[in-house]
Design a protein around this ligand. Structure first.
Ligand SMILES: NC(=O)c1ccc[n+]([C@@H]2O[C@H](COP(=O)([O-])OP(=O)(O)OC[C@H]3O[C@@H](n4cnc5c(N)ncnc54)[C@H](OP(=O)(O)O)[C@@H]3O)[C@@H](O)[C@H]2O)c1
Length: 229
């Protein structure tokens, strides 16, 4: 019988999600979420106990279909996310909707569908939040609002599921060297991109690993990871 714990990671095709997959691979069987099949397959080829788990997270029917066979889940890492910068004056409803849809509503729905499987394992939900979930700066309104909402979601889930032994960790990384950060710098008109200025995705996944491998009596509820000067 397979006794390795199972982890599902959304946003595993790139960036922080892919780094988290590599960090958990030695100890966990992995389901790798994303939409880019080629990237998912490349990661699956690299990691011995991984399977692709492709799904459009904003499609509730598809979410229902891909979660229906899962009855035990030890770790659920929500890393998928989107960002569109703009002041409140510049941001139309369409951007607010898309941001909330991916960063909050899809997280809530996927968690809801998988709660029986997570409860069965006394499992762990990791929410990849952001510094923007702690402080809202000019030009970051829609994204920050989605990450504040994600933090509230995590706090409520932790309180509701505490007695059942579920752990819920919000991880708040600062700027991290990924495709998302490249896009942010472009949107900011930032000139040449220098990834060395930012956190490595592996530094964020190390924090996630620390939460997941904390001793069973411990519950790391919030982790803030900032780039060191
Ligand atoms: N990078 C940073 O500076 C930074 C800082 C703080 C927090 N964060 C947070 O960290 C998390 C990961 O960010 P990242 O930098 O690794 O981003 P990234 O490199 O842009 O990767 C985003 C991931 O999300 C997936 N995704 C996006 N929309 C999706 C949808 N509708 N359905 C399914 N999958 C979807 C993408 O899948 P496909 O490519 O396969 O479509 C991709 O795997 C995000 O929640 C972000 O807000 C990032």
């Amino acid at each position: 019988m397979n006794t390795r714990p199972v982890a599902l990671i959304t946003g595993a095709s790139r960036g922080i999600g892919a780094a988290t997959a590599r960090a958990l691979a030695p100890t966990h069987d992995l389901l790798l979420g994303g939409r880019d099949l080629e990237s998912l397959q490349a990661l699956v080829d690299e990691l011995p106990h991984a399977r692709p788990w492709p799904v459009e997270l904003t499609d509730p029917t598809a979410l229902h279909a891909v979660t229906s066979g899962l009855d035990r889940l030890d770790v659920l890492v929500h890393s998928a996310g989107v960002v569109d910068l703009g002041t409140i004056a510049e941001t139309p409803a369409e951007v607010w909707r898309r941001t909330m849809e991916v960063n909050v509503i899809a997280v809530a729905e996927l968690t809801r569908l998988l709660l029986p499987a997570l409860r069965a394992a006394r499992g762990h939900v990791v929410l990849v939040n952001s510094g923007a979930g702690l402080q809202a700066n000019p030009g970051w309104g829609a994204y920050a609002a989605s990450k504040f909402a994600l933090r509230a979601f995590g706090d409520a889930l932790r309180a509701e599921e505490h007695a059942r032994g579920l752990r819920v960790t919000s991880v708040h990384p600062g700027r991290t060297d990924t495709d998302m950060q490249r896009s942010v710098r472009e949107q900011e008109g930032g000139g040449d991109y220098d990834g060395a200025k930012y956190l490595r995705p592996e530094s964020v996944s190390s924090a996630i690993l620390a939460a997941v491998t904390a001793s069973p009596d411990a519950h790391l509820t919030e982790i803030v990871v900032r780039p060191r000067a």
